[in-house]
Design a protein around this ligand. Structure first.
Ligand code: NDP
Length: 385
């Protein structure tokens, strides 16, 4: 029986992952090792009971008693805290879905990689902050990292067996998020509720706001650079409001292979679950006649400065990705808490990058996770409102 774990099981990606496992036979078809949550222990306990997980972990130590009570009599172990997350990730599993949001997903992902199975990676922060560490950990244990972000899954699928030498460039698409068509001067007053609605995708709140600011796309550009080893000049972004084409690979001979599908994360998660095979998934078929037309436009870097920052991060290398992500997470926290406005997030991230780029060690590739977390901490302090 295939052993699987889901980190961030209670989130948007995690819940879709659990749904696919359930549809594929649940506890009868899989040995579920670990399911983890941040604070939603109610959902976690229900999932763990249903899938007969070995262990259920909440990141919040204060919730351990409640989690235990919810799991009583089920045979599922309960654990809590960041170290329990890492211990759960160290349990051997053949397939691990990394779907915690933010830098908190780094340590469990790296630990899971050391076990040598497949790491289905939704947590884009892992590659942005610690790409070289992730690749080295995978190489040491012969683990396979599979992309779960829809754009990266699309590139992976469109590439097939071609090598990156035949790639002229890749294009990842962006819906443009909630404020695609807003007049620029209105962005200053954009509210959290307005930024938290996505035109096409149903996702967690943080990534939805990051879609409106294009910080999400900026992270994906860096992720593409890290995952596929493509230089920044070979990575393009195209605004595509319908979110039907997820990515395109343009080859040196002029051929372009696009990956299309309805916007439903269960395709990318399910592809990673079934890889290297394909199997039916509960995803609606694409009906292009009904959609009628697809539209595209160049991204506007005045509206979305995060895209320019992504290029600067890739050019800088070293700790720039970790600083970028942490400053972005801090600015997002401050926006959600209404301490800063929507349009202030990018300037804060840019200022943190600029200040910290002068510090010793900024340009060095990360030696270990501790170094990454150190830069993460100081970047949050620097960006805090
Ligand atoms: P959600 O906010 O919906 O879920 C995040 C998950 O992480 C939840 O299980 C949450 O627990 C858990 N969590 C939050 N904080 C911590 C913490 N400090 N320690 C441990 N666990 C924590 O996020 P999404 O599912 O939207 O996104 C997850 C990741 O996948 C992100 O990196 C995102 O960028 C990426 N991604 C998401 C896509 C999407 O469609 N949503 C698409 C592609 C990539 P709880 O809710 O119990 O508190």
């Amino acid at each position: 029986m295939r052993r699987i774990s889901i980190f961030g099981a209670t989130g948007s990606v995690g819940t879709n992952g659990v749904d696919l496992i359930r549809r594929a036979g649940g506890a009868e078809a899989f040995h579920v090792v670990a399911l983890t949550a941040g604070r939603n222990i109610d959902r976690l306990a229900r999932m763990a009971r249903e899938l007969r997980a070995e262990i259920a972990v909440t990141a919040d130590e204060a919730l351990l008693g409640d989690l235990r009570a919810r799991l009583e009599g089920s045979g599922v172990e309960a654990a809590a805290g960041p170290s329990a997350l890492i211990e759960a990730a160290a349990r051997p599993a053949d397939w691990v879905l990394s779907a915690i949001v933010g830098a908190a997903g780094l340590a469990p992902g790296l630990t899971a990689l050391a076990q040598g199975g497949v790491l289905a990676l939704a947590n884009k922060e892992s590659l942005v902050c610690a790409g070289p560490l992730m690749r080295a950990a995978a190489a040491r244990s012969s683990a396979k990292i599979l992309p779960v972000d829809s754009e990266h899954s699309a590139i992976f699928q469109a590439l097939g067996s071609e090598t990156r030498d035949s790639v002229k460039h890749v294009t990842i698409t962006a819906s443009g998020g909630a404020f695609r068509d807003w007049p620029l001067e209105r962005l200053e007053a954009a509210t959290v509720a307005e930024a938290s609605t996505h035109p096409n995708w149903a996702m967690g709140q943080r990534i939805t706001i990051d879609s409106a600011s294009m910080f999400n796309k900026a992270m994906e550009v860096i992720e593409t650079h890290e995952f596929f080893g493509l230089e920044p000049e070979r990575i393009k972004v195209l605004v595509h409001p319908e979110s039907i084409i997820h990515a395109m690979v343009t080859h040196v001979d002029g051929g372009t292979i696009a990956h299309l599908g309805v916007p439903d994360m269960r395709h990318a998660i399910g592809y990673a679950l079934n890889w290297p095979e394909r199997a039916p998934l509960p995803v609606a078929a694409l009906d292009l006649a009904r959609i009628g037309s697809l539209s595209f436009r160049e991204p506007d870097e005045i509206r979305w400065p995060a895209l320019r920052l992504a290029r600067e991060v890739m050019a800088a290398g070293g700790m720039a990705g970790a600083v970028f992500n942490a400053a972005k997470e801090q600015a997002l926290d401050d926006f959600i808490a209404q301490r800063i406005g929507f349009a202030q997030m990018a300037p804060r991230v840019e200022a943190a990058l600029s200040t910290l780029s002068g510090r010793a060690g900024f340009a060095d590739a990360p030696a270990d996770l501790e170094t990454v977390l150190h830069w993460d901490r100081i970047a949050r302090q620097e960006a805090a409102a």
